[in-house]
Structures are given as C-alpha cells and as structure tokens.
Design a protein around this ligand. Sequence first.
Ligand SMILES: C[S@@+](CC[C@H](N)C(=O)[O-])C[C@H]1O[C@@H](n2cnc3c(N)ncnc32)[C@H](O)[C@@H]1O
Length: 224
Amino acid sequence: MNQKLYMVSLGPGDVELLTLKALNAFKNCDAICVPTKSKDNTFAKSISHKIVTDALKLLDIEKVIIPVYSPMNFDKQDWINEANILIESSKKYDTICFVTLGDAAIYSSIYYLLDILKERDKTLYSHCEIIAGVTSFSAASARVQKPLCLGDEQLFIRPINPRSDVKTTEILMRPKIGMDTKELGEGDFYTFENMNLENEKITPFKIEKVKKYMTLFLKFAKRD
Ligand SMILES: C[S@@+](CC[C@H](N)C(=O)[O-])C[C@H]1O[C@@H](n2cnc3c(N)ncnc32)[C@H](O)[C@@H]1O
C-alpha cells in the first residue's frame, strides 16, 4: 500500500481562504477524516465539515467522509481514539486527509495525534505531510484592515485559559545581513533561509551569521 496522510489546515471558515495545496490534497485523497464534537458522529455543528463540503462543491468532486469524534477535552485517551481512526482509515484507503481549523501550527490537536502515530504506526507517521493555512488572527486583521505588527512592534499570542505554565515560542524576523546571532540567545532553534525559494536552506539550529534578509528563526518552546 502507498500510504499518505495529509494534515490539512482549513483556514478560519471561508472556503476562499483554503490554499491550493489543501485543495490538491482533497483532489488526490481517497477519504477525508473530519473532526466532530457530536458523540453520534453527525456534523450538524462541525465548522470543519462545512468548509470541507464547500471545498468539495467548489472542486465538483465527492469523497468519502470519515467522522472523527473529537470532544476537545484535552484528554490523551481522546487523542488515542482519534489517532486510531486515522490508522484504521489508512488501512482501507491509500491517501487520507485529516483536517484542522485555521493553521495547524496554532493550538491544533494534530501534533498530539502525530506523537501517538509516531509510537503506533511509524510508516503512516513517516508518510505524513502538514499543509499550512491561514490563521484566525491573520484573517481577523485583514477583515478590519489593521496590521498585527508594524515597524518595531512585536506580536503576542496568549492562551486565555492556560492549564499549566505558559511557555513561549519566538518567531524572529527581519534580521540585518551580516549580524551575529549570539544576541538571539540559546534554545531549540531552526533557521529558514529563502524558504520555498531558490537556494532554500532549513537548518535545525541557529546559524551564526545572517547571510540573507530572507532569514527567519523559530525558537521553539521547551517541550518535554
Ligand atoms: C483551538 S484554537 C485553533 C486556532 C487555529 N488553529 C488558528 O490558526 O487560528 C481555537 C481558537 O481560535 C480562534 N478562532 C479560530 N477560528 C476562528 C474564527 N473563525 N473566528 C474567531 N475566532 C477563531 C478562537 O480564539 C478559538 O477559541
């Protein structure tokens, strides 16, 4: 079997904010796994289902839809059950999608599911691709025509009801060419140079000197 799992970011509710990559994943897959908070696996209240349905209509295609009961209780057993649905679905269908609202990098359960897949189905884990999307706050900023950061401002994303100590991921942008990166501190750094462009380089640590303006650093929160 030629397994493939796409973790598809759906954007914040408007089908026109889906990426071409997301639409291509829908075109190429055999089934789409869609979260629902309803115990009876119906989709009456599912925003994700509405976006997926709109996208399939736009593409004029039909796909098998697999409900994934996702009560959003932040409970490991729920994530295990959800991951099991992905594992079982991938035994039946070569290419499957799992969808998540907004962008997958922002408070999405997909990384909890991936941790479980890594333990339980290494092959499926290694055949997973995450498709980035538009975040709710990018779309919100555009709707009111107000930028999130300008000039020397910085941007905070704050969980309103944290369950434990709040850890921070830093996004470091707009470096000076030739600058020494010592001042950025130490931590779990990645460096992205010319991402998606010619001469792309992604380094799993902090480079010492900045060579290009199109350089972005991510300093990930310390996770166990
Ligand atoms: C679990 S987080 C998911 C965030 C999402 N992955 C993103 O990229 O924006 C859910 C929170 O995102 C915000 N959110 C997501 N979509 C939204 C929308 N369409 N309108 C308003 N807030 C939204 C709300 O603060 C909501 O409580």
